[in-house]
Design a protein around this ligand. Structure first.
Ligand code: ZN
Length: 421
């Protein structure tokens, strides 16, 4: 692992353990951690149980269901989906199969993200496959608690709500259990936060996790409003919670909760404010992405390490959301095309052969980013398989030195594509 401008490897932080663990959040309230890509929970009710999210890894979700049948005998009284991301909904069939008329609560705008992507399915699917590493063989997959690869994954379709939850606060009584649901947009616009007032247990969905958040996912998509997300985290801090379970973190208790939420909110606010300040100072998006870093007191917290999202990508997302693609540099008003630039670089190097030699040298020196840049110029000039393989080697080299699993997967997936061509 290495530090790159704006990216910190933070090798002192180990990944959180992936082992399955069942954690009691309150009396008759259990969190299932490490059973799926995302956590889920069961609450004992008078005649059975209620689920908060369902995970996505069918074999282990089945095991959880067996445990629940002992802990809370009876039938399923309902499911609350915190949001529409598949890692929270794909295990639903394990609970719903064979059950009739079970209410499934979800945000009234459930699935907004996929509706935003309408017409863009081809590009988004291609980038989604890369971000999640769908085509990376398991032997080469990097395990990471934010995006674990399980042994026996069985693909499943996500379940959908049949009871839309209205905007604001909704009070429910599910088979004797009092609950409050709140629509609080954060990572996704359709996020629901669940509060058990009697036990003071809070379920935050993906409002915050055990990594710096994915303020910008490499798979692409609409802007994730960073200010709104930070406000959402501060709303969670208002609940006098004794236990907090989010989708991708260990369960937190008592005084660690406000401390975690405060630091998490501050991290988002810092990145947002620093980006806006730098923009007003006339800095380019590349300069800002390379120089904005969390203050040390936040940067050194394990739950703000860049296991999943990354500060530089977030800076770029904020910049683009506020002023669009043009960073203000007049050189970009009528830029050289990739091919024109490549021709001039080859000329500067003393010919395409020299450019190729420079790429080979960069690779030998493990200067992965420079090797990629040189390869891009060569490919723009029509280079063939040798340069594609050289770029694949450079991408793989870089993937071994960075922390965010989304970035590792993206680089490695593209390397596999280059080798297959
Ligand atoms: Zn999730």
């Amino acid at each position: 692992m290495k530090d790159y401008p704006g990216f910190h490897a933070l090798p002192q932080h180990g990944h959180q353990a992936l082992e399955q663990r069942r954690v009691e959040l309150g009396c008759g309230v259990w969190a299932f951690i490490g059973y799926s890509s995302s956590n889920f929970a069961a609450i004992a009710t008078r005649h059975g149980y209620l689920m908060i999210d369902t995970g996505d890894n069918i074999p282990l979700v089945r095991r959880a269901r067996e445990e629940i049948s002992t802990l809370a005998p009876g039938s399923l009284q309902g499911v609350i989906l915190t949001h529409s991301h598949p890692d929270h909904c794909c295990g639903g069939s394990v609970f719903l199969d064979g059950e009739a008329d079970v209410p499934v609560w979800g945000h009234h705008g459930f699935g907004a993200e996929s509706r935003d992507g309408k017409g863009l399915e081809k590009i988004l699917m291609k980038r989604t496959r890369r971000q999640f590493g769908f085509d990376i063989p398991t032997a080469r997959y990097t395990q990471n608690f934010m995006l674990p690869r399980f042994d026996k994954e069985i693909p499943a379709s996500p379940i959908k709500p049949n009871v839309p939850v209205a905007e604001g606060k909704t009070e429910l009584d599910v088979d004797g259990i009092r609950l409050e649901l709140y629509t609080i947009p954060t990572e996704s616009a359709d996020m629901l936060v669940v509060w058990l007032p009697e036990q003071r247990v809070l379920f935050g969905g993906d409002t915050a996790y055990g990594s710096f958040p994915n303020l910008y996912p490499l798979r692409g998509g609409a802007y994730r409003d960073v200010e709104r997300w930070a406000k959402g985290i501060r709303r969670l801090k208002e609940f006098p919670a004794r236990a907090l379970l989010c989708g991708h973190n260990l369960a937190l208790f008592e005084e660690e909760i406000p401390c975690f939420l405060e630091n998490y909110a501050q991290a988002l606010e810092y990145v947002y404010t620093a980006t806006i300040h730098g923009m007003n100072e006339g800095k380019s998006v590349d300069e800002l992405a390379a120089t904005i870093e969390l203050p040390d007191k936040l940067r050194t917290l394990s739950y703000l390490a860049e296991f999943y999202g990354a500060v530089p990508w977030s800076v770029r997302a904020i910049f683009a959301a506020k002023v669009g693609w043009f960073d203000g540099n007049p050189s970009a008003v009528i830029p050289l095309t990739p091919q024109e630039e490549a021709e001039r670089m080859a000329c500067l190097a003393g010919g395409e052969d020299k450019l190729l030699q420079a790429a080979r040298n960069a690779l030998a020196k493990e200067d992965w980013r420079w090797a990629c840049r040189l390869a891009d110029w060569l490919l723009a000039l029509g280079a063939g398989r040798e340069v594609r393989l050289l770029k694949a080697d450079a991408l793989e080299g870089l993937s071994r030195e960075i922390l965010p699993i989304t970035g590792i997967n993206y680089l490695l997936s593209c390397a596999l594509e280059l080798r297959a061509n």
